[in-house]
Design a protein. Structure first.
Lengths: 190, 243
């Protein structure tokens, strides 16, 4: 009788109920990570898009949910052995999956920013703050053309004098190919 | 009911001359200038299949729509050699850089150091196309991610890339030389074909030297005749007396 969910006086047996629900809940979390692993196996294979459409068409998994699981699967920092330390809902885990930097991810787990108790809003705010930082960085980049040095050659003055016409002829040919030649101040072209 | 929807979809895509409506989806084919681009979107209100060329409906048999649709479907569901998720501000950054740098092409590539994008003007590597002799062969590169990935590379036309909406996108690099840009929010997909142009500069970082190393590809094949003793083919290397 002690193992019954409902006791004889019609009360809930709290210990039994906690254990039973806890067991099933763990199964749910395991199932979520199993789905992540399954998607990881098929991700990037031919027919992946068709699978997504078929799951939706057959009423198994909506496209929006599949996309979330796909995002989680794509982030290899999210591993099954960390499941005790990660949020147990795929909605929250989807936002955790947006953290790609190893150091940020590990320190967030260490300091408790990410935990099994994390709420969706908290993780969302944390991820958005990371994005804001990166966005600001991008905003400060001024794309400018950079000239790459292809080669730099040093020739002794005596060698240069001996092979002057040949060297200048080669340099001229390179210039004709569009390479910018910068000669040292002490080079006498005459 | 579907006519205004069709009209607005056709008008929303001025870079296209041809739009196919099939099974609640629309497929926009880029015009001559953007022939490397196809966009796929949803239009559940459009029930019947049809093909529009320059805004006018075309006569296509029942199986014709499906055949064309299947060909496109085949293109956007390949095995991937790499993938990447970029944020809206990164798309904006790339589009802005294309404009400022005057890049004709962008090359995405990944390796153990991360994922990068290179900007270059392919015309600078064609000797006939040079406007003056002082034109530099130049390349701008930018690191998008620093996580190691399996090696891949794909090049896209800058013009077509600039047509992407600046949104968070998942990019799949197909083994069929097609880049699949998906907006997960709306499920809109852009397909960009790799024109397989050769980047004029090979750029790498050498760990041992701690230096960036660049090799410029010759724009003129006559460079091979500068006395570098390069045989035309391997057979020239051996002589009958060697055997």
């Amino acid at each position: 009788m002690a193992n019954e969910l409902i006791l004889s006086n019609n009360e809930i047996n709290i210990d039994v109920a906690c254990e039973a629900i806890g067991h099933e809940w763990k199964t749910t979390i395991n199932a979520m990570f199993n789905i992540v692993e399954l998607i990881r196996k098929v991700d990037g294979k031919k027919g992946f898009r068709e699978l997504q459409e078929e799951l939706d068409k057959r009423g198994i998994m909506k496209r929006s949910v599949f996309v979330m699981f796909k995002s989680i699967a794509e982030n290899h920092l999210i591993q099954t052995n960390l499941k005790e330390k990660l949020p147990s809902s795929y909605n929250t885990l989807y936002y955790v999956a947006k953290i790609e930097d190893v150091e940020v991810f590990e320190s967030a787990i260490k300091n408790g920013t990410i935990s099994s108790d994390s709420r969706l809003e908290d993780i969302k705010n944390f991820v958005n703050s990371l994005y804001r930082e990166e966005k600001d960085e991008y905003g400060s980049i001024k794309p400018t053309a950079k000239t790459i040095n292809l080669a730099s050659i040093k020739v002794s003055p005596s060698d240069f004098r001996k092979n002057k016409s040949a060297i200048l002829s080669y340099l001229q040919q390179l210039e004709q190919l569009g390479v910018v030649i910068k000669l040292g101040k002490d080079v006498d072209k005459k | 009911m579907s006519k205004p929807v069709i009209k607005s979809i056709v008008e929303e895509h001025p870079f296209s001359e041809m739009v196919l409506f099939e099974n609640g989806k629309y497929i926009v084919f880029g015009n001559t200038q953007y022939s490397d681009l196809v966009k796929i979107g949803k239009c559940p209100k459009v029930k019947s299949n049809s093909l529009y060329l320059n805004g006018k409906i075309q006569d296509l048999s029942g199986s014709g729509y499906e055949g064309l649709y299947n060909q496109i479907h085949e293109l956007y569901d390949p095995s991937l050699i790499g993938s990447l998720r970029i944020q809206s501000y990164q798309v904006k950054f790339i589009q802005k850089t294309i404009k400022i740098f005057g890049a004709t092409h962008v090359k995405f590539y990944g390796n153990e150091d991360g994922i990068f994008v290179n900007f270059f003007d392919v015309l600078r590597s064609i000797s006939e196309a040079r406007m003056n002799r002082k034109h530099e062969t130049r390349l701008l590169f930018h690191q998008l991610k620093n996580q190691p990935v399996n090696s891949f590379e794909m090049t896209f036309n800058s013009g077509s890339f600039s047509l992407l909406l600046p949104k968070s996108l998942h990019i799949g690099f197909g083994d069929n030389k097609v880049g699949i840009f998906t907006d997960d929010e709306t499920d809109e997909v852009y397909l960009l074909r790799d024109p397989e142009v050769i980047q004029p500069v090979i750029h790498t970082f050498n760990d041992r030297l701690g230096q960036d190393i660049s090799f410029s590809l010759p724009s003129n094949p006559s460079l091979l005749n500068l006395g570098t003793n390069q045989p035309e083919n391997l057979e020239l290397e051996s002589d009958l007396e060697d055997f």
